[in-house]
Design a protein around this ligand. Structure first.
Ligand SMILES: NC(=O)c1ccc[n+]([C@@H]2O[C@H](COP(=O)([O-])OP(=O)(O)OC[C@H]3O[C@@H](n4cnc5c(N)ncnc54)[C@H](O)[C@@H]3O)[C@@H](O)[C@H]2O)c1
Length: 259
């Protein structure tokens, strides 16, 4: 923390950055929690009041929330309370858009993401960096909805965000070095291991999801051929490769959250 990031014409203490998160579902709530834990003032926004309420509850009492982190001695009560003070959830878009960095976490629907980026471009200050947690849409396509493609970057997180070190940072064809460096620094402050990869319009997915997708297609073929059940494939892959969960359990956790 407290590293310097050069945001164009102003020097900003990275830990002083205010961060907005758009979409407070499975990923957005956990991402907001991770950012607040790392010391960033964080505002999570969702169109749905129910989602806002659920997110506020999840970050406290969820399986990867603050209460459990404290009881497992991963975090002190004092640090958890300070993180909660830095974190809020709202249905007011402007409160999340008025930030130094905004991370979009709405469902994986390109037309929706383009609408959100158009709205963010209109509402956010001109220096604000806009990141997308898309699992695989081209950053160039998303950036084209804005007049600031040099400030649009992919930041693909893994689930559950407070736990996983994964940070796939995607450089679009017009993404500037400042945006990449700021996002890398914020990711490192969150305890992640940022790795910058290239955008592509040729395939859905960057590195992790393309490789994972190939494995999942083969796992499904194994089940279709009657060689083993879903549960058996899960257990065999966990036992063989020491994965935390098998391929089908991963799909369920990613879509429904980790109970
Ligand atoms: N679930 C995973 O494991 C995972 C992992 C990495 C990346 N992702 C990506 O993260 C993104 C979000 O996925 P998720 O699993 O959190 O989805 P989710 O359905 O759990 O959450 C999406 C949230 O966005 C809200 N939303 C919908 N339209 C909105 C709008 N216009 N403005 C603000 N909020 C809006 C919904 O109410 C919902 O709460 C997707 O792009 C997904 O591909 C998901």
């Amino acid at each position: 923390m407290n590293q310097q990031a050069d945001n164009g014409n102003r020097e900003t203490e990275v830990s002083d950055l205010k961060i907005g998160v758009i979409g407070a579902g499975v990923m957005g709530s956990g991402i907001a929690q991770s950012l607040a834990t790392a010391g960033f003032e964080t505002v999570g926004y969702d169109v749905s009041p129910e989602a806002v309420e659920k997110a506020a509850d999840l970050v406290r009492t969820g399986r990867y929330g603050f209460d459990r982190a404290v009881s497992r001695k991963k975090l002190s009560q004092q640090d958890a309370d300070a993180a909660l003070d830095r974190l809020s959830f709202t249905t007011d878009f402007a409160k999340a858009a008025h930030a130094d960095l905004v991370i979009e976490c709405v469902p994986e629907d390109l037309a929706l993401k383009i609408r959100v980026f158009r709205d963010l471009d209109a509402a956010a200050p001109k220096d604000t960096i806009l990141a997308s947690n898309t699992s695989g849409f081209s950053i160039a396509a998303i950036a084209s909805a804005t007049d600031r493609p040099e400030k649009v970057v992919g930041w693909h997180w893994a689930s559950p965000p407070p736990v996983m070190r994964f940070a796939e940072i995607v450089r679009g064809p017009l993404t500037g070095d400042d945006a990449i460096e700021t996002v890398k620094t914020v990711a490192a402050d969150c305890g992640k291991n940022p790795i910058v990869v290239k955008d592509t319009a040729m395939a859905w997915g960057f590195v992790a999801n393309r490789v994972y997708g190939a494995m999942l297609r083969e796992a499904s073929r194994v089940v279709d051929e009657g060689i083993a059940s879903h549960a058996e494939v899960n257990d065999l892959m966990v036992d063989c490769f020491n994965w935390p969960v098998g391929p089908f359990a991963m799909v369920k956790g990613a879509s429904e959250g980790w109970k």
